[in-house]
Write a protein that binds this ligand. Structure first.
Ligand SMILES: C[S@@+](CC[C@H](N)C(=O)[O-])C[C@H]1O[C@@H](n2cnc3c(N)ncnc32)[C@H](O)[C@@H]1O
Length: 285
């Protein structure tokens, strides 16, 4: 178990909220959020495919770890009623502005909350969708988040959509080779240090498919797959230019997609609660 505290996690994301440099425009403006959204879904086109925003029209969504609120806005725009939480005040402040500038404030309720103790802030109630993209691997005790969801926020028809980092990813191999010179026994420390745009994440766990099935005990996994390799050269990317790095500059998009489906960084899972007489997670993936 990681010894980091939730205060360290909050302070890390307050220093630099996720995706906050996706646009050089003045923060909090409409143009800023438009560029943040465009860049996010350009670099991570699998997110709309995974979230299926349009399917949640008229439904209730609990989003855990909303960051700047980019996915939040898309759920709300599609007609969902969203309850969004995050542990980072700075992220929430921007997320509130984000829904505000697009006139969606009446469809979203934001809460400052620790996902490991959601019931302290959100009263138990079933949601149609519980969605958490790139979050629970950054909290010291991810299994507590799943327990909170399972016991308080789902009913048999609810859907859970989760993204966590994949253990056998191309990015993990690159971190190990470039930053750790192959020191695999330092893997956890190296990944935490280098997993994000900002170095030094207090917590970053990695999951294999087997570990994910274990984590989701009590849920039936309907889909589980890996997506996303970042193919751009970082120096140019920081200046908002997209130049592919080797070997992706030589590979066709079809081959790149195939490599992503094997060595992608994002392990994306869609699951439903098991019926009470079937309490084990599905082992078909
Ligand atoms: C990598 S960002 C992802 C943000 C957003 N889901 C997105 O895709 O842009 C991780 C987010 O999780 C939040 N977070 C981490 N641990 C949390 C916890 N225990 N409770 C609530 N939010 C948490 C962080 O503050 C941060 O905003």
């Amino acid at each position: 178990m990681n010894q980091a505290t939730i205060e360290e996690v909050a302070s890390f994301w307050n220093r630099r909220p996720c995706n906050v440099r996706h646009s050089p425009k003045p923060r909090g403006t409409r143009e800023y959020f438009e560029e943040v959204e465009a860049r996010k879904y350009f670099v991570e086109p699998h997110i709309p495919r995974f979230a299926k925003f349009d399917e949640w029209k008229g439904k209730t969504v609990l989003e855990i770890g909303c960051g700047l609120g980019t996915d939040t806005v898309h759920f709300a725009r599609a007609g969902a009623r969203v309850t969004a939480v995050d542990i980072s005040d700075q992220s929430l402040e921007l997320a509130r502005k984000h829904v505000d500038v697009f006139g969606l404030s009446d469809r979203v309720s934001f809460y400052h909350a620790d996902a490991e103790k959601l019931t302290d802030v959100i009263s138990p109630q079933p949601f149609d969708l519980v969605y958490s993209f790139g979050v629970i691997h950054h909290t010291p005790n991810p299994e507590r988040v799943i327990q909170q969801i399972r016991e308080n926020y789902v009913e048999p028809a609810s859907v859970l959509k989760l993204m966590v980092y994949y253990r056998y990813a191309y990015k993990v191999i690159m971190i190990l080779l470039k930053e750790g010179r192959g020191a695999f026994w330092r893997l956890d420390e190296l990944v935490a240090r280098h997993s994000e745009a900002q170095t030094g994440s207090p917590v970053t766990y990695l999951y294999s498919r087997r570990q994910m099935r274990h984590l989701l005990e009590g849920f039936r996994i309907e889909e589980m797959g890996v997506e996303h390799i970042f193919p751009y050269r970082v120096a140019e990317y920081k200046n908002y230019r997209y130049v592919k790095s080797w070997p992706f500059n030589f590979l066709s998009s079809g081959v790149t997609r195939w490599i992503e489906s094997v060595l992608g960084w994002h392990l994306c899972v869609t699951a439903r609660p098991c019926a009470s007489n079937d309490s084990r997670a599905s082992a078909s993936f």
